[in-house]
Design a protein around this ligand. Structure first.
Ligand SMILES: *Cc1c(COP(=O)(O)O)cnc(C)c1O
Length: 381
């Protein structure tokens, strides 16, 4: 058994405390209070206001997209982004089983069926090869659309997730999806500020989605956003998430089934202050990641790092233990010492509501499920 006491000591040293160390806590050292107070003074704390507009403009800028649409949370953002990509009830959506439950839930909210395909060992995100293998074996193109020959269902979208801010192999994935005429929606909830070949994650798919939940790299308390380079899709996204109301000076007319998925202005105020600090947060986290990398190397434990041509935001940092037994021993020991650590998610097909979904072998996903553990990753102040 490795010396996990040395790990606890090192993490306590890095965070300069022997008190409880959480996995990830937000950092409010910028204009948060100033903007929140201004927002309250303006009385516009709810569904419209200048901070929502400002937040959307800043986020479009950061993500190198045409427009951002602020929404109530990341899950709602994925749900609507899938609908904008053309996903309809009874369609199939290709995604990974190694993800947070929101990814799969958002597919189901549209009445569509998740298909769980394997991840790559190096990125921990959806494997282009697994997607290609599944499509070569099961799919056919009819009138320019992709269908599953076995189920007869349309395969209308692919929803890769950039695990902990590490990019999936985008070029290869885009190539496969283009070949099969499948739209891509990036679940970039964890990946704000990460890049692939120097371009922001979230900007590669037809649409990308971010979360601003309290545990993410920047927070609005609760919130999310859809980004896209397609002005028409953004317009439709804003409309659908604001009850699909026909613009009019005073009449209420709603053209179709829309949602009240707005981000309140008071949450946007918090988010604006947070986005101003994003680059600083990433710089600090990358510094911590380097310290962790050196330390864990000396321990003979694998600290997970970004792949070639990518830059990770290191939202949640993680190590790879030798096997499930060592993983459990690590989790037990560190948590008993007040250093919070957590295993990666259980695979989606193990959950009751997704147990009958289509899936492939999941060889890599199962390997990672048994070994990956998140370690404290907050910005140090
Ligand atoms: C956080 C997260 C979401 C959902 O975001 P919420 O804002 O909590 O709804 C979706 N997908 C992944 C991978 C996430 O980590």
């Amino acid at each position: 058994m490795k010396n996990f006491d040395a790990v606890v000591s090192q993490i306590q040293k890095l965070y300069n405390t022997s008190d409880f160390i959480p996995l990830h806590q937000p950092c409010f050292k910028g204009n948060e209070k100033k903007y929140l107070e201004a927002c309250i003074d303006s009385t516009f704390v709810s569904s419209v206001g200048k901070y929502v507009d400002q937040f959307e403009a800043i986020l479009a800028d950061i993500t190198n997209t045409e427009r951002a649409v602020a929404v109530v949370n990341g899950t709602a953002g994925i749900q609507v982004a899938l609908r904008l990509a053309g996903v309809e009830a009874n369609d199939e959506v290709l995604t990974q089983a190694l993800t947070f439950v929101a990814t799969a839930n958002a597919i189901s909210y549209n009445g569509a069926h998740p298909v769980f395909l394997d991840v790559d060992l190096d990125t921990m995100g959806l494997s282009p090869q697994a997607v290609s293998n599944f499509l070569e074996d099961n799919a056919e193109l009819k009138d320019g659309d992709c269908y599953n020959k076995v189920t007869g269902r349309k395969i209308s979208a692919c929803l890769p997730m950039h695990t902990f801010g590490f990019s999936v192999h985008l070029d290869a994935l885009i190539k496969v999806c283009n070949k099969w005429r499948i739209k891509i929606v990036e679940d970039a909830a964890e990946a704000l500020g990460s890049t692939y070949k120097n371009k922001p994650l979230g900007s590669f798919g037809d649409l990308g989605v971010f979360s601003f939940n309290g545990n993410k790299i920047t927070t609005s308390g609760g919130g999310g956003a859809i980004v896209t380079k397609d002005e028409r899709l953004a317009e439709k996204g804003k409309y659908l998430t604001t009850t699909a109301k026909q613009p009019h000076a005073y009449e209420y007319f709603h053209n179709e089934l829309g949602y009240n998925y707005r981000m309140p202005n008071i949450n946007a105020a918090l988010a604006c202050a947070q986005l101003e600090q994003l680059n600083g947060f990433i710089r600090e986290k990358r510094g911590l990641a380097m310290r962790y990398e050196d330390f864990f190397k000396s321990m003979g434990i694998k600290f997970r790092t970004e792949t070639q041509n990518t830059k990770a935001n290191y939202w949640l940092m993680c190590i790879e233990l030798a096997n499930k037994k060592e993983r459990n021993a690590f989790l037990d020991y560190t948590n008993s010492k007040g250093v919070m650590t957590r295993p990666i998610w259980q695979l989606m097909f193990r959950l009751p509501m997704f147990k009958d979904c289509l899936r492939d072998s999941q060889k890599n996903a199962i390997f990672l499920e048994e070994r990956i553990v998140n370690i404290p990753s907050s910005v140090r102040t």
